[in-house]
Design a binder for this molecule. Sequence first.
Ligand SMILES: NC(=O)c1ccc[n+]([C@@H]2O[C@H](COP(=O)([O-])OP(=O)(O)OC[C@H]3O[C@@H](n4cnc5c(N)ncnc54)[C@H](O)[C@@H]3O)[C@@H](O)[C@H]2O)c1
Length: 314
Amino acid sequence: MIGSHLAEELLKRGYQITGIDNLSYGRLDNLKQVSVNPNFQFYKVDILDLDTLKILSRDCWAIIHLAAVKKIAEKDVSLPTLQVNTTGTEHIFEVAKMWGARVVFASTSDVYGMSPDLPLQEDGDLLIGPSLIKRWSYAVSKLYGEQLAYGYFHDQNVPMTIIRYFGGFSPRSSFAWSGGHIPIFIRAVLLDEELIVHGDGSQTRSMGFVTDLVRGTVLAMESDRAIGQVINIGNDEELSVIETARLIHKIADTGKKLKLKLVPMDQVFGKYKDIQRRIPDLTKARTLLGYQPQIKLEEAIRLTIAEISENLRA
Ligand SMILES: NC(=O)c1ccc[n+]([C@@H]2O[C@H](COP(=O)([O-])OP(=O)(O)OC[C@H]3O[C@@H](n4cnc5c(N)ncnc54)[C@H](O)[C@@H]3O)[C@@H](O)[C@H]2O)c1
């Protein structure tokens, strides 16, 4: 999702891009607009395939490492998350070292875990949950990726920046759980279906529109001051899940009733305790990169509803 929007922005700025994805979650359809541009090449490749990565990354100035198996539910298998997000990330840093490329590594706000130190700051302590809960595998794998990034930077002189995205969405987000609650709610409202809310919906999130995440990523890639840094990127507006559902329903204005279905947390997550609040401190992004989220949550939802409803009609 983010990669397709990022490719569009980088092409606008005159970069030549090689896109790599094994299409396990990604959709070629998202690349419709960029695939006609002669400065864009796409290869269906797995980042676990080091030999092919070595060839494709030759002459790259920068590698923006977005490929990952994202958060998983308790019933899912966790090994792909652990393998792709650790070995795959190591491969990225190996090829960056080989060709002298800089790396922007996409980490996640999930690494803050249950930290109560709000708003979440990059140099704060991280509070990770028990190992016998699979849901933590994603956070742990990304955290390992961050330490790898730091190791390659410190020990091997690979220039890198770690960006911790807080939730982002776009009309291209997956409607699966890993795509986040906003696209799922939008689709349900437009199709007059039930909106499944985990728990009582009082948990809050800070969700950003993809264009803001992309801008932060490009700023991190182009700024020498970002090298060797960990930087939060996203939107610092906070809204509870249930209020988000109500806002989507209001904006969509379908004339139908809002159908909320509250499902007890333990039925969804088992022993995993959902994070109650997650707000980024964006001071570092602002001072180091001049980053400021530009799209308000309400506007982002409006834009996403407009495009998803058009897609549903097509
Ligand atoms: N969207 C968010 O809210 C968010 C929040 C925090 C962090 N992130 C991180 O940002 C990055 C991009 O997220 P996204 O929302 O665009 O997710 P996404 O699932 O759309 O993109 C990840 C891509 O990685 C690809 N992939 C998975 N395993 C691969 C492998 N072995 N080899 C090659 N490609 C592989 C998938 O096919 C998918 O297209 C991820 O690293 C994610 O962890 C995203």
